[in-house]
Design a protein around this ligand. Structure first.
Ligand SMILES: Nc1nc2c(ncn2[C@@H]2O[C@H](COP(=O)(O)OP(=O)(O)O)[C@@H](O)[C@H]2O)c(=O)[nH]1
Ligand SMILES: [Mg+2]
Length: 217
């Protein structure tokens, strides 16, 4: 396979502690590379890059099938229970420059639990940090990934009803990122099915951006 038949997609995960970043990263990679567990405090202190196997069947170009490889940067939660904003920001800034400095970032995923209302200072702090790290174009390169979406179903809500009744904070954020969102359901043995749905949605967003990337020099 020549390089022209291969595309590397670079993603970064941002979110509060326990929002499900590492778990979402594992779903995206189809692996258990990232440590993910329940914890009453922030566990991850360092950024970590994971790479998926080569994936077929997601896109074609010029009559040829393109093989995708997904690279995911997992980051410490913010706000962090032990690290200051300055520390987290510096750690993520260095990792973005190191891993995606030349190739660029296709999409940042702001990971948010669907069963927790999005409001208050914590989310503004997180959004501000994303803005500071990605620059003024952050809105074009960010999507919201709702984890724990099975809880929406269990409560008898549809995705539309959930979004319709969302807090003003969430609606404002959704407007900012041009309604780019993905629901992640964790149930039964459908992880691979989930992964394909999430990756298809991510590829839609990336295509809408004409495969442009954010670079970090
Ligand atoms: N039910 C459910 N649990 C989840 C989901 N995503 C993550 N978790 C759990 O939430 C806990 C924290 O997840 P983790 O990925 O470590 O969060 P992080 O701190 O943001 O990296 C773990 O016990 C995960 O198994 C989800 O979509 N549904
Ligand atoms: Mg984590």
């Amino acid at each position: 396979m020549t390089d022209s038949n291969k595309m590397i997609i670079n993603l970064a995960l941002f979110g509060m502690t326990q929002s499900g970043k590492s778990s979402a990263g594992n779903i995206l990679l189809g692996s258990t590379d990232f440590h993910s567990s329940f914890s009453p405090c922030s566990v991850t202190k360092d950024c970590c890059l994971g790479r998926s196997c080569h994936l077929c069947g997601f896109m074609r170009r010029g009559g040829q099938e393109i093989t995708l490889q997904i690279q995911v940067l997992d980051t410490p939660g913010y706000p962090h229970s032990r690290l200051t904003k300055k520390h987290v920001k510096q750690e993520v800034k260095e990792a973005l420059a190191h891993h995606f400095g030349q190739e660029g970032l296709h999409l940042a995923l702001l990971v948010q639990r669907a069963d927790m209302p999005l409001c208050g200072q914590e989310v503004s702090d997180l959004v501000q940090m994303i803005q500071e790290l990605l620059g003024h174009a952050w809105k074009n390169y960010t999507a919201i990934l709702f984890t724990h979406a099975e809880k929406i179903e269990e409560a008898g809500f549809s995705e539309d009803k959930y979004l319709h009744e969302a807090s003003n904070t969430l609606l404002t954020l959704l407007n900012s990122v041009q309604h780019r969102y993905i629901f992640q359901y964790k149930k039964g043995n459908s992880l691979n099915e989930q992964r394909i749905k999430i990756l298809e949605r991510i590829m839609e967003f990336i295509k809408e951006n004409c495969y442009q990337v954010l670079t970090f020099k």
